[in-house]
Design a protein around this ligand. Structure first.
Ligand SMILES: Cc1ncc(COP(=O)(O)O)c(C=O)c1O
Length: 430
């Protein structure tokens, strides 16, 4: 379901983007800081910082007032919705904002549950972050629903698609699946999964939190019913976003206070929105547009199905995808030479089109925490543990320590990978 015309055939040089990220100027123990903790949250460009500051200075107010700052706030909310609609290729009225993906998933799943009945089934997967498992298990427990959890092939950390196909039956009401794994980086064939869900009359819910910073998303082409992401994973502030097909949002009855608007999507946005974060989200989309504009003249055939900012953003995400594949290749090759290490998931540098540059690994004789500490001493930020991919870590036999996670983004470089692998080699040989 990927528009291949937006992926450059030669890897684009994205080194220029680093100038936009002031946080890269930090030094730790005399060396530039390295951010490999991106699956937990990315750094923000100057555009985001400025947009949030400007909101606080010139527009700080509540909504729908007769005065200027309130009107500016209304405008920023509308613009943020339009920007997200351009990024995901949907209507602005299909974008719902919330504090984070998890809160949105709990709230909307509860609204969905109002129309479900005992014995109805939900399909989830072992590969998912718990934010795309726990909300479904919770409504199942409250409403006597059945949850079917689809397993992975532990050798590759890919979904067992035959098992998934068999789990979807005419009793299935929701299929909840991740776009990309936050632990091992696997990209799922979500287009096929959406098709299977719809053939059975079920809703397709995609958790795109980990895919969003790495590649283009087109909810219209995917035809999913719901898709979630979090702005803080794609260079914006800490904010959750839900796409819902207009007719699906209209059919639901969310829990809300009485005087608040009953219009879609407002009725899903309980209480006051984090306006300054919405301004920051606009800054993140501006930053991505800047990348897209560099490549927008690559030829008239590029992203021909889109126009305006949608086209520019698709091109930006295509450039990011192409560059990150070279990072993944470099990383996988370098890690394969670290003594006593085990890499989980798709390991071959030839499989980088099936993964994002997020890898989980362990080194025999030491703990993931000790590895993260050694990296931290060298100024490299990386996570250890289960990162809420609890079912996966249990399936791989890695609980309670989990694994070390190296999660790269388009602003990372091969030099940073070298620095990281050098530390891992030193620990492994010690
Ligand atoms: C795949 C995935 N889904 C959901 C979440 C939860 O996102 P949020 O922090 O916005 O609730 C995360 C957070 O790491 C994630 O990686």
């Amino acid at each position: 379901m990927l528009d291949t015309t937006i992926i450059p055939t030669t890897a684009p040089d994205l080194s220029g983007v680093r100038q936009y990220f002031p946080s890269f100027e930090q030094q730790i123990n005399g060396r530039p800081i390295v951010f490999f903790d991106n699956p937990g949250g990315t750094q923000v460009p100057q555009q985001v910082i400025e947009a949030m500051g400007e909101y606080m200075l010139y527009a700080n107010a509540n909504t729908h007032g007769a005065f200027v700052t309130s009107q500016r706030t209304d405008l920023i909310i509308d613009e943020a919705r339009a920007a997200m609609a351009d990024l995901l290729n949907c209507d602005a009225g299909e974008i719902v904002f919330g504090p984070n993906m998890t809160t949105l998933a709990f709230a909307v799943s509860r609204a969905i549950a109002r129309d479900l009945h005992a014995g109805d089934e939900i399909v989830v997967t072992t590969l998912d972050h718990d934010a795309n498992i726990a909300p479904w298990r919770a409504i199942a427990a409250d409403n006597e629903l059945v949850v079917r959890q689809v397993d992975i092939d532990p050798a590759t950390c890919t979904l067992r698609m035959d098992e998934l196909r068999a789990a979807i039956t005419d009793r299935t009401k929701i299929v909840a699946v991740g776009y990309a794994s936050n632990a091992v980086g696997t990209i799922n064939d979500v287009a096929t999964i959406v098709k299977w869900a719809h053939e059975a009359g079920a809703l397709a819910w995609i958790d795109a939190v980990q895919y969003a910073p790495h590649g283009p998303i087109d909810v219209a082409a995917l035809d999913c019913d719901f898709l979630t992401c979090s702005a803080y994973k794609f260079f914006g502030p800490h904010l959750g976003i839900l796409y819902g097909k207009r007719e699906r949002l209209a059919a639901l009855r969310p829990y809300k206070v009485r005087p608040a608007s009953d219009a879609v999507p407002d009725r899903f946005e309980t209480g006051t929105l984090p306006h300054e974060l919405l301004a920051g989200l606009l800054g993140a989309v501006d930053y991505l547009s800047l990348i897209g504009n560099v490549y927008a003249n690559a030829g008239p055939e590029v992203a021909s199905g889109y126009s305006g900012r949608r086209r520019v953003l698709k091109i930006a995400m295509g450039a990011i995808l192409a560059y990150e594949r070279t990072l993944s290749q470099y990383l996988l090759t370098a890690l394969s030479m670290v003594p006593r290490s085990t890499l989980y998931g798709l390991k071959s540098p030839t499989q980088v089109d099936r993964r994002v540059p997020t890898v989980a690994l362990t080194i025999a004789g030491t703990t993931p925490r000790a590895l993260a500490e050694a990296l931290a001493n060298a100024g490299i930020c990386a996570w250890d543990g289960n990162y809420y991919a609890l079912e996966l870590m249990e399936r791989l036999g890695l609980e309670p320590d989990g694994a070390l996670r190296l999660g790269l983004a388009h602003y990372n470089t091969t030099e940073e990978i070298d620095r990281c692998v050098q530390v891992l080699n030193e620990v492994a040989r010690a």
